[in-house]
Design a protein around this ligand. Sequence first.
Ligand SMILES: [Zn+2]
Length: 452
Amino acid sequence: MERVEYELRIIAEKVSVSSQEVVKRDTLKVYDIEVPESILDLGLRHEEQISLLEKVQNSLLALQSKLIDPGYYLCPRCGQKIVKKGFTKSKFHAVFTDHKIGIQKHKCKNPDCDWQSAPTTSSVFGTPIHPDLAKLQCEQGALYSFRKAQTNLEKLTVHRRSVNNHNQVKHITNEVGATLTQAHLQPIATTKAASAQEVILQIDGGHVPTKDPEKRSFEALSAVAYRPEKIIEVDSHHRQIKVKSCALSAQDDDLTTMKTYTLNAARKQGMTENTRVTALADGAQKCWSVILSLAPHCKKLLCILDWFHIAMRFQNVRGAVDDAFTETLEGVKWKLWHGKSDEALPKLELLMTNITNEKKRSKLKKLYNYLENNQVYLVNYKERDQQGLSYTSQVAESHIDTIINDRFKRTKKMQWTHDGAHNVLQIRGMITSNEWEKGWQAPVLSALVGAA
Ligand SMILES: [Zn+2]
């Protein structure tokens, strides 16, 4: 066994800035300097890093906490002078570690008055939780189930912390989401200078499992707005929307919130009264209703039944027709692709009459009804394809699956209220549209300590 020749001391010094005199010195950690036998020995292990950080934080907090101003100099009860009376320990939850900090206590000098102060991090700062931790909790709570969020946070900080309990994560996510719910209703100003020529809008619905015992789920709507020039090619199979705005609502309010959010999202992307809007939707009446509400706010509104959804519907009925009719079905789709819905629909109707199996025929009938209900929104897809114009939500990500469905999977444990789901969606929307990193601080502070 080789003797350790050197050790590394991690020292915290409190130093006078003017004289550079060391007033206080503490050894926080001592590490033996040894040959690393393997990659595991290189540097500090995860747990040790957290432990070191904890000690550094404690050193700083011990000095900072002495400076905390209680905010009063006279007894609030009788107006006499006050004197110091020791320190009171109070909880503080930093991003990776938990601490107890000592805050100066006071008592009244008047012998007939028994007033004493009881300061805490909450009474001084409004919260014992550092906003950086709350931010992390919101991100985890918006992206994963609250239990999964707890597990993820535990892995990050090695130890289980009560502040990261799933109920806490749920609470803060909901509070921050509620703040955003209000903020997202604020009107967005438009300027002629920033006016977009064209804005694309993709709108779709997802399902959220409900607390309501009468129903299985309720619907949440998602709209994504972007300028066509912001679609960039990642590789030959993938395209990405570089800049976009999201509108997400699970409110049961006759689409009022959704319409306001969608208008705001389109305006964030530069929609003015000089802008052409191309809107793609899956055919649900609710979606068209939201889209049509934009008409007074833009120059021209073109509504298109999303080719991605048409193709999916055809995929789903393929099994309903026998081999002999597969070609006919393909023919119907081909007519639609070429914008000939007036020929496609009778052709599909004729095909239906040839199917004797009741179940299979009803499948085709569903497809027929879908196309007929949305006939005014069918366009010449081939022509748009050749001209490089939008006609399908498939060209780029931002699908309803990633925005809504991934977070609201049906599980035994998790059932949602409209408000609960709506609030989570506000954070998800900000993360999806890359607005969270620059915009999280105001809603997190507002949720933690009240009005900013
Ligand atoms: Zn007093």
